[in-house]
Design a protein around this ligand. Structure first.
Ligand SMILES: Cc1cc2nc3c(=O)[nH]c(=O)nc-3n(C[C@H](O)[C@H](O)[C@H](O)COP(=O)(O)OP(=O)(O)OC[C@H]3O[C@@H](n4cnc5c(N)ncnc54)[C@H](O)[C@@H]3O)c2cc1C
Length: 596
């Protein structure tokens, strides 16, 4: 049973109560999005997700997409849902007013994205990719391209894709072969084959705007010879309507483990007309504008699936009767007690709950920084926010998707054998969530990005944007009557993180394999310390609310229990990651290849 109600109260908590002291609040341009408007938007989005997107989640998984006569059709109900999505203005929620959007802050937009990904991850990919393509186009496109394409993408009439991967290159894009030949009129003819392209073709929009990585004839080898091109499926006529087919289309759809209602296409570009976006040979940098946005978005996908997995597991745990409670019968009129009475089932539910609330709190912090990096009034705040977002982007991508997948697996476990059976609906979560750990740069690559690029960047400046508030908070609250004990635990984990950072800096300098061997463990430790910090702050807010008296006692008490569970059960395990980091690369790299 797939059960979902948007967690609006917790979203409001992390948006309005948790991070007010982070220094990222004084931004320009979002004055219209006060608490009432924010709540109204969250409620409307929650309604759309529950009533329109959720009912076609499982059926979409069962039906999948079809390629017939060169065109992909999405499962039943998707076209209508997309129409409602666009009519409600959701496609342009975070887009600048200049292009017809509503200019909502990222902090709010990410919450809506979380809901979409909970209710229907496959559906969420279509507008999600369009949003990412718009970001890249807005940052690097010519005025002409922007004026022509962005308004139609902002209202959802046209969608976007990112076309990087080829059969022989995924992580190592330096090997890509797609070519772009310059034409006299300033355009280019793009030729090559791409694989695994999300939303590469579908029937939701009248045109599709592909952002394609390709090489110019004289391009240097490797990543320094890649340029980015905008290649529409249909060449627009002068009136802006889709005209002639641009020989850019799907040759097959991939048959995959999950995410079946999202059309993942093999694509052929056969002398397709395109226009350069950004500078020659700087396409990968331009594409990274999109990929960084997408990496945070993919992290949110993990959180979204984790939330619906949790809610569906709670529903079942209250309904399924098996065994009796060890502390005495709880359901005397029934043949057995509901499985939610059993400590092991509680362990699973509380783990999922803590992951979701921790990730949501961290996502709100990061997306507030994302807003501040563009729109803070003070230049130093913009800089600090940029550093913080750079540091946290790989963490959000990898940690949230790992935890989202773990939550989906736990939901299957809560359902027992029924969870393994398709009709339960929960095995879909585990299949859908799995890809988020792989695409947009695998989680292993995110960890290398964190350790290899983000840590050393400008002598550790990125890291300071995170370490400073955490150490200040620990110092200020070490003897706090309410949260002093939690802060003591946070300090221990933070200490392990600092030692790990020193270890990587020292050993990695002499031997990069040492840093690489520590990278995934380090990312997880850093992510858990960040969640621990958010949770300790949440406890502070909750204690204050309970002390002053509130009609929402249940919410704040539950928050304190979840926080305590995180500190008792989850943070210590992540802190032990330090032991793995310290052990170095030896046992990982020693075995000769032929012994495998
Ligand atoms: C459903 C789906 C949708 C997708 N959507 C898109 C899309 O819209 N656009 C697009 O362009 N691509 C898309 N992709 C492709 C996706 O981004 C790639 O699959 C991913 O980047 C990994 O590339 P690969 O599959 O070639 O794996 P490989 O690069 O072959 O990697 C295999 C393994 O080796 C590891 N590895 C590789 N290099 C290193 C290294 N230097 N150090 C350490 N470990 C390394 C990886 O972490 C991984 O575990 C999609 C893929 C799928 C399955």
């Amino acid at each position: 049973m797939q059960v979902y109600e948007a967690p609006i109260r917790d979203m409001r908590f992390v948006l309005e109560e948790l991070h007010n002291d982070d220094g990222f609040g004084d931004v320009e341009g979002f004055e219209d999005f006060d608490s009432d408007v924010t709540t109204a938007i969250l409620e409307e989005a929650g309604k759309l997700c529950k009533e329109v997107l959720l009912p076609i989640n499982w059926s979409g998984d069962q039906e999948g997409c079809k390629l017939e006569n060169g065109t992909v059709s999405t499962p039943e109900g998707f076209k209508d849902a997309y129409k409602q999505f666009c009519e409600g203005g959701w496609a342009g929620l975070g887009v600048a007013e200049q292009w017809g959007g509503q200019n909502a802050p990222h902090a709010l937009g990410k919450m809506v994205e979380e809901m979409t990904c909970s209710a229907n991850l496959s559906f969420g990919l279509y507008p999600g990719l369009t949003g990412g393509a718009m970001v890249a186009l807005e940052a690097h496109g010519t005025d002409e391209l922007k004026e022509f394409y962005l308004p139609k993408m902002a209202n959802g009439e046209w969608s976007g894709t990112m076309c990087l991967t080829e059969a022989h290159c995924g992580t190592d894009l330096g090997m890509l072969r797609t070519k772009a030949e310059p034409q006299d009129d300033g355009s280019f003819l793009v030729t090559g084959n791409k694989i695994f392209i999300s939303a590469g073709d579908h029937d939701l929009t009248s045109n599709i705007v592909h952002l394609v990585l390709a090489r110019l004839p004289d391009a240097p080898a490797g990543v320094k010879g890649i340029s980015m091109f905008l290649v529409p499926k249909y060449l627009p006529n002068d009136d802006g309507e889709p005209g002639e087919h641009n020989k850019a289309g799907p040759t097959a759809i991939e048959h995959k483990m999950g995410l079946k209602a999202s059309a993942t296409c093999q694509m052929s570009f056969d002398g397709s007309k395109g226009w350069m976006v950004g500078e020659p040979n700087k396409g990968l940098e331009a594409m990274f504008t999109m990929m960084n946005t997408e990496r945070v978005a993919v992290g949110i996908q993990g959180l979204g699936v984790g939330e619906i997995a949790y809610q569906s597991a709670v529903y079942y745990a209250k309904d399924r009767l098996q065994g009796r409670s060890l502390s005495g019968v709880k359901n005397p009129d029934g043949p057995a007690d509901p499985i939610i009475v059993h400590p092991d089932v509680r362990r699973m539910l509380m783990t999922m709950r803590a992951y979701n609330e921790g990730c949501r709190a961290l996502s709100a912090w990061v997306s507030r920084a994302l807003d501040a990096s563009h729109s803070a009034r003070e230049p130093e705040v913009r800089e600090r926010a940029t550093d913080f977002v750079a540091l946290m982007t790989p963490v959000v991508k990898a940690l949230f998707t790992d935890l989202g997948h773990e939550s989906a697996q736990l939901a299957v476990q809560v359902y027992g054998g029924h969870g393994y059976i398709q009709e339960s609906g929960v095995e879909q979560f585990a299949r859908d969530a799995r890809i988020a750990q792989i695409y947009e740069g695998t989680n292993g690559i995110q960890a290398l990005d964190l350790v290899g690029r983000k840590l050393p960047h400008r002598m550790g400046r990125n890291l300071r944007s995170f370490f400073h508030p955490v150490s200040q908070f620990c110092e200020d609250h070490a003897s706090d009557a309410d949260i002093g004990k939690l802060v003591g635990s946070l300090q221990q984990s933070f200490g392990a993180l600092q030692l790990s950072t020193g270890h990587i800096a020292q050993k990695g300098l002499k031997d990069p394999e040492e840093a690489a061997a520590a990278a995934s463990d380090y990312l997880r430790l850093l992510g858990f310390v960040a969640m621990g910090y958010c949770f300790a702050k949440a406890a502070k807010v909750a204690h204050a609310k309970l002390a002053e008296g509130t009609s929402e006692e249940g919410f704040y008490k539950a928050k304190l229990t979840t926080v305590q569970f995180f500190f008792d059960r989850l943070l210590p395990v992540a802190t032990a990651q330090f032991m793995a980091i310290k052990s170095g690369k030896a046992s990982m790299m020693e075995l000769p290849e032929d012994a495998f």
